[in-house]
Design a protein around this ligand. Structure first.
Ligand SMILES: Cc1ncc(COP(=O)(O)O)c(C=O)c1O
Length: 501
């Protein structure tokens, strides 16, 4: 039904009003050239008018070349419209000049708008759709062939069967109870976090979790400590709430805890399992020290555990959240890496005192996540599919990682590689003297290879250390072995050419 409004108390005739409404729709783009408009019978019924009135209005639009009757006897907007609509609106349709005036700015040539007060960069999450990239080492992307489509469809069908009540109503802002229970059990077993379901809040990925926490703790000028280099998605969201980011360096053992200030901040962000972007794992000693520091200074630690489900050669270390005895850790997890980012499902495990305020913010943001996806995910975990799926993809990703490392070592004997222990990417530091990461990226793309530097790979170096200009982030999870082999071979050729140039 096309929205057409008429005012029976207006001095304008009903026929003129219909003409004016249709022209407004054409001019604004609501009705595109060639699109169908309601039949005169339907519109007359809709507006409770005689059909003649509508037919007369249509006749006028027809004679002026705005609409036409197609062979199917449907009425459509003409594909080619007569001249400049603005001119026509004020000219040919008597008393229609108002149709094309826009609010307060009518008559002025330059429209005026209220200023947008937000401005800021946003994270690179999707590499540009570049068809020339055949071997794309984009970071942190689950392999689409490994998505558990079959079981997902079965579970969807199952859940749809009893969904009418749940889909018709609002649910708990903290999330679906069964999913929160399933997640609590998952993190208890795999991350040694003694979580209960009431501490779990379901979010639209970690990105929403970060927004919720920023809303709770950040205002203009708040100092927030952040590992450096770091994930753009975290840095930019904190900044967007007015945070002043204080970079804390990362070395081969993770965040440099000795560099933490004794006061001045209430929040610190870190990715201890597989630091983004360097890939290093925070040592147990550092974890303990970080918690001691947080307890001493009253700081909350945001533990972003985005790809902790992938650990290849050693057992994972205890999550900070499990090590903290006094509730100083806000744990964030996501299904973006383990199942698929398109699901937009993540979660927080919160210290008890933060549950209520966090759920309030979640309610303000969007009331709660959609029921169906939560219900399917709950079953996916509870029925054991998640564990099985993780076993399959871990094995698969490990093979890809091994091939990538082998190829790098084959072509560049002394390649400096970090972040092998887990996750879905590694970082490769180019030799100190020679080609920069940016130059290599630009040349590689000409040969069909997508390489990512810190900035183009969704990371940022807030202290602009020289090392970051030499780092390439190599995601391997979405490439098959053949692609990895050929991709690195091409990179090797590109580097050789650049060295000779
Ligand atoms: C460090 C880090 N945290 C979190 C995420 C995932 O966020 P989300 O759960 O919103 O997809 C990513 C995605 O690449 C990431 O790299």
């Amino acid at each position: 039904m096309l929205l057409v409004t008429i005012d029976r108390s207006s001095k304008k005739s009903l026929q003129e009003q219909i003409v004016s409404e249709i022209l407004t729709h054409i001019e604004s783009g609501v009705l595109e050239p060639g699109s169908k408009i309601p039949s005169s019978r339907m519109l007359a019924k809709q507006l409770k008018l005689s059909r003649n009135t509508v037919m007369n209005a249509y006749q006028r639009l027809l004679s002026e070349g705005f609409i036409e009757t197609a062979a199917s006897s449907e009425t459509r907007v003409c594909k080619v419209l007569p001249g400049d609509l603005v001119g026509i609106g004020s000219g040919s349709v008597e008393s229609d000049s108002k149709v094309f005036e826009r609010g307060d700015n009518a008559g002025s040539t330059k429209p005026k708008y209220a200023p947008v007060i937000f401005s800021g960069p946003v994270q690179e999450i999707v590499n540009k759709n570049n068809r020339r990239i055949l071997y794309d080492f984009w970071v942190g992307r689950a392999h689409q062939k490994l998505f558990p489509s079959k079981i997902w469809q079965e579970l969807l069908r199952d859940c749809i069967g009893y969904s009418s009540r749940q889909l018709a109503q609002y649910g708990n802002p903290a999330g679906l109870e069964s999913l929160r229970e399933a997640i609590a059990e998952h993190v208890r077993y795999t991350r040694a976090i003694p979580a209960t379901a009431d501490q779990v809040v379901i979010t639209v990925g970690i990105q929403e979790a970060l927004n919720i926490i920023a809303r709770l703790f950040v205002e203009k000028g708040s100092k927030v400590l952040i590992e450096n280099p770091c994930y753009q998605g975290a840095a930019f969201v904190l900044k967007s709430y007015g945070a002043e980011l204080v970079p804390i360096a990362v070395d081969s053992q993770g965040l440099d805890v000795s560099a933490l200030p004794e006061c001045g901040s209430n929040l610190i962000y870190t990715t201890p399992s597989h630091q983004y972007p360097t890939g290093v794992t925070m040592s147990l000693e550092r974890r303990r020290k970080l918690i001691e520091w947080a307890e001493r200074t009253g700081t909350y630690i945001i533990e972003d555990d985005y790809d902790s489900d992938f650990r290849y050669d050693t057992t994972p270390l205890h999550a900070l959240s499990g090590l903290s005895k006094h509730g100083h850790v806000i744990y964030m997890g996501t299904f973006s890496k383990s199942v698929g980012a398109g699901l937009r499902l993540g979660y927080m495990v919160l210290p008890k005192q933060l549950i209520k305020p966090a759920v309030q913010v979640k309610t303000l943001l969007n009331n709660h996540n959609g029921w169906l996806d939560q219900a399917v995910m709950a079953k996916f975990i509870q029925e054991g599919h998640f564990e099985r799926h993780l076993r399959v993809i871990r094995k698969d990703y490990k093979v890809r990682r091994d091939v990538l490392v082998e190829e790098l070592r084959k072509h560049f004997m002394d390649a400096r590689i970090q972040g092998l222990a887990g996750g879905m990417h590694i970082t490769w530091t180019l030799p100190d003297r020679g080609v920069s990461a940016e130059a290599l990226k630009l040349e590689a793309v000409k040969t069909g290879v997508g390489l990512y530097t810190m900035n183009s790979g969704g990371a940022i170096d807030l202290a602009d250390t020289s090392n970051s200009a030499r780092q390439i982030i190599l995601g391997y999870s979405s490439l098959d072995e053949r692609q990895i082999v050929e991709g690195i071979r091409r990179v090797s050729e590109t580097l050789a050419t650049l060295k000779c140039a």
